[in-house]
Write a new protein. Structure first.
Length: 443
């Protein structure tokens, strides 16, 4: 945690941040739009829009050509790999680009599955998005046994004792989410990775939902694979996979014959979405510049001369990303605390997941809720529709966390209403949402 001397670095300049996101200025029926649907996809800053359009305007070409725009495309791809390597804390050649996390996971599961058969086991969890479940369930056709780690239903957290008891010498892979996209639970991923490795199994981490909320360090986690989606952390609709180099070399992808066998390119099939990959660098640099601005503001507040405004550490993109996520974490928890306290004061509203403020380090600001004994006009869909008419963008349903909604017995009655906060959301938006929801439920 920050010391007293560095505390001024941690205050987000929300006016500056929001000014970088053009979509936040929209209105709906005369109401200012409040984007509370971050778990389904975040908005993008202008620099991401510019990077995508500039690539299409100037450098649109395939790779490997003996001419300028093709060479520019090669350089852009290398730059994007370096940016994501800084974001995840790995080597650039351990970064694989794909259409989305789901496609990348299916591709990896089929390749890993080549070596599996009857007697082998894979462990998945009830808390995960189905994109980290169904690709592994598909290996049942090869005779692989899929086992399930259960949850504590009262707070929607993983039952670690149950998970540990189901890892054995037949376990070949443990698939786990970094954070639940439905109820916000942050899983003890490092512990799960350690349990998997102790049994000689691989650890595959879905960090899609965690990406905008917390710092990811694959080196510290020691996971074998980690997947995320850049559209969940202020970038374009693309998926990114980290794989330890040894695994990217060892496993055999299904690919066309002319494609190189070098890593990471052997895992990228066909022509990539170059314009969106150009936007990936821009979204990572947005976060890094946020960290640099915070550090510079902090040193200025402490009276540092302008020549000392940027410490050497923040010239490094990874260090700047670390600073950004420290501030994001603190601000998002302020928003989350305000939202949870407000929701708890609305009669008949039930929040699923952790609500004890002393345990907020175990969750991110994504809340799933329902009305107890709901009427036909209080279902998650009805609430999302009424809120949407007032400019509040929330989501209803299961969000592909199907096993969780089934386990909690809410799937047949509409799932949850989900409210997802990110760092560009304002306290004023939280207060307006609470007022609107209270009026809807008491009218």
């Amino acid at each position: 945690m920050p010391t007293t001397e560095t505390a001024p670095c941690l205050a987000l300049d929300l006016t500056s941040i929001r000014s970088q996101f053009p979509s936040l200025a929209q209105t709906v029926n005369g109401h200012p739009a409040a984007f509370l649907d971050g778990p389904g996809g975040t908005q993008v800053p202008q620099r991401v829009i510019d990077a995508i359009s500039n690539y299409l305007r100037r450098d649109n070409a395939n790779t490997g050509g003996a001419y300028a725009t093709s060479r520019n495309t090669d350089a852009m791809l290398a730059e994007a790999r370096a940016a994501m390597a800084d974001f995840l804390h790995c080597a650039a050649d351990e970064i694989v680009f794909g259409p989305n996390m789901t496609t990348l996971t299916y591709a990896m599961s089929r390749s890993i599955g080549r070596d599996l058969g009857p007697g082998d086991e894979i462990l998945v969890t009830r808390l995960d998005h189905d994109a980290n479940v169904s690709p592994w369930l598909a290996l049942e056709e090869k005779g692989v046994t899929i086992r399930w780690a259960e949850i504590h239903q009262e707070d929607c957290t993983l039952d670690l004792d149950d998970l540990a008891s189901k890892i054995n010498d037949r376990t070949r892979l443990v698939a786990v989410g970094y954070a639940s996209n439905a109820v916000g639970t942050i899983n003890p991923v490092k512990k799960v990775v350690s349990l998997a490795h102790a049994a000689g199994a691989l650890a595959y981490v879905d960090a899609v939902h965690y990406g905008p909320h917390g710092l990811i360090d694959v080196a510290a986690l020691d996971c074998d694979f980690l997947v995320c989606s850049t559209y969940k952390f202020f970038g374009p609709h693309m998926g990114v996979l980290f794989g330890k180099r040894e695994h990217l070399q060892r496993f055999h992808p299904y690919k066309v014959r002319p494609l190189t066998d070098a890593v990471p390119n052997r895992w990228e099939w066909g022509t990539l979405n170059h314009e969106c990959i150009a936007g990936i660098t821009a979204c990572v640099d947005y976060l890094a510049d946020l960290g640099r601005a915070l550090t510079n503001a902090g040193t200025a507040a402490l009276g540092c001369p302008s020549s000392e405004a940027r410490p050497a550490a923040t010239s490094d993109r990874r260090a700047a990303i670390i600073a950004a996520f420290e501030a994001i974490h603190n601000y998002e928890h302020e928003l989350m605390n305000r939202l949870i306290i407000g929701l708890q004061q609305i009669p008949k509203v039930k929040i699923y997941g952790i609500t004890d403020s002393s345990r907020f380090s175990e969750r991110c600001p994504t809340l799933a809720l329902r009305v107890v004994d709901q009427t036909a006009d209080q279902t998650p869909l009805a609430l999302a529709t009424k809120l949407g008419d007032q400019g509040f963008f929330t989501w209803d349903g299961n969000y592909y966390a199907l096993n969780l909604t089934e386990r909690l017995d809410v799937e047949k009655s509409g799932g949850f209403l989900r409210i997802g906060l990110v760092h560009y959301n304002a306290i004023e938006e939280v207060d307006r949402l609470l007022t609107a929801l209270r009026q809807i439920l008491t009218s």
